[in-house]
Design a protein around this ligand. Structure first.
Ligand SMILES: [Zn+2]
Ligand SMILES: [Zn+2]
Length: 342
């Protein structure tokens, strides 16, 4: 599928990605595995090239990136290997051992990185698909009232689309995102938010489910996979709402739908990155009705029916109990049914 960020063919439908998962990061019998100490600089004899199977142990990939940073003058050669940055593998899923990376499988978040070194890394280190300048804030909308202006990281080189795979009782969902524009999440063995949504769905058996702060669509798509007749996802931030729509298409085979219509263009949405009045970004045709809106959760009641809705309010600020309570109070005044913080 055409990538909304780079225009190349870097996106697969859910089953293509899931089919690769069992062995995508496994070594072949000949893969060398030299484990490097991340707390010190890499050995002076340098990095090793990828195995003839095309994969390379992540530590060697890091040593290769490190060598470019030294040759570009960004590192002196005394920095520990781990200062290269945070690895985000594609596809991301819960792993018990470090990966052997095939080509184009790593998005690197890096604090010391600059543009020139990043471009060289994209040219010279085959495993790296994108390099992002890491900074000390969380990208996207972090304020349910939308008063704090959202910020994003800078994509220095390459393409930073990647997917995470989250298991659910009904089966896995594949969630693509543009990593510089949405918050970072690692799939773990257990996902308490997904479990909490599954519990509420099993308890209530709703006809309508809303994921009112949907991000890239994790909880809404899990609800969709569980077969709920009407699922409405919403996020005020364009990069979240667009990818929730896109992920509805990527996971289409898991829903009772004939088609997924995406009604918005990612580049155009960037011109109005946060909007208040809910705007329809995607809808499905067929037995199951799944829709994605971009807008303020406080206006979502205007597009919902006057019927009981089970609503997940997965607010970013939920560590702040007063704000969560306030958001729940506003929601309950406007929408019949039950609302919970997953
Ligand atoms: Zn791309
Ligand atoms: Zn190998």
């Amino acid at each position: 599928m055409k990538c909304p960020v780079c225009g190349e063919d870097c996106v697969s439908m859910a089953h293509e990605l899931l089919d690769r998962v069992p062995s995508v990061f496994s070594p072949c019998p000949d893969c060398p595995s030299r484990i490097l100490d991340k707390g010190i600089p890499p050995p002076s004899d340098g990095y090793r090239e990828p195995c003839r199977c095309g994969k390379r142990f992540i530590d060697e990939v890091y040593a290769h990136i490190y060598a470019v940073l030294v040759s570009e003058g960004a590192f002196t050669g005394t920095e520990p290997l781990k200062t290269v940055g945070t690895p985000l593998v594609h596809p991301g899923f819960y792993m018990q051992s470090p990966p052997y990376l095939p080509a184009n499988s790593l998005v690197l978040l890096s604090r010391p990185m600059e543009k020139k070194a990043a471009s060289r890394i994209i040219q010279e280190v085959p495993e790296v698909r994108g390099v992002i300048k890491y900074e000390n804030f969380i990208p996207g909308v972090v304020d349910p009232d939308l008063s704090a202006p959202p910020r994003t990281y800078e994509l220095l080189a390459g393409c930073d689309i990647r997917a995470n795979i989250f298991p659910s009782r009904a089966g896995p969902v594949v969630l693509y995102q543009q990593q510089s524009k949405t918050h970072i999440e690692f799939p773990r063995m257990r996902n308490p938010k997904i479990e909490s949504v599954e519990r509420e769905i099993a308890r209530i058996h709703p006809e309508w489910f809303t994921d009112a702060f949907c991000g890239i669509g994790k909880l809404g798509l899990v609800a969709g996979r569980s077969g709920i007749a009407h699922v409405v996802m919403n996020d005020a931030w364009y990069a979240a709402a667009f990818f929730a729509a896109y992920n509805t298409l990527v996971n289409k085979e898991f829903f009772k739908v004939d088609e997924v219509r995406i009604l918005a263009d990612y580049a155009k949405m960037a011109e109005m990155p946060v909007i208040g009045e809910p705007k329809l970004i995607a809808e499905t045709g067929g037995e199951q009705d799944i829709r994605v809106y971009q807008g303020d959760y406080r206006r979502l009641h205007t597009i919902l029916p006057a019927l009981p809705v089970l609503a997940a309010l997965d607010m970013f600020e939920k560590d702040d109990p007063a704000r969560s309570a306030e958001a729940l109070r506003i929601w309950r005044e406007q929408v019949p049914g039950e609302a919970f913080i997953p």
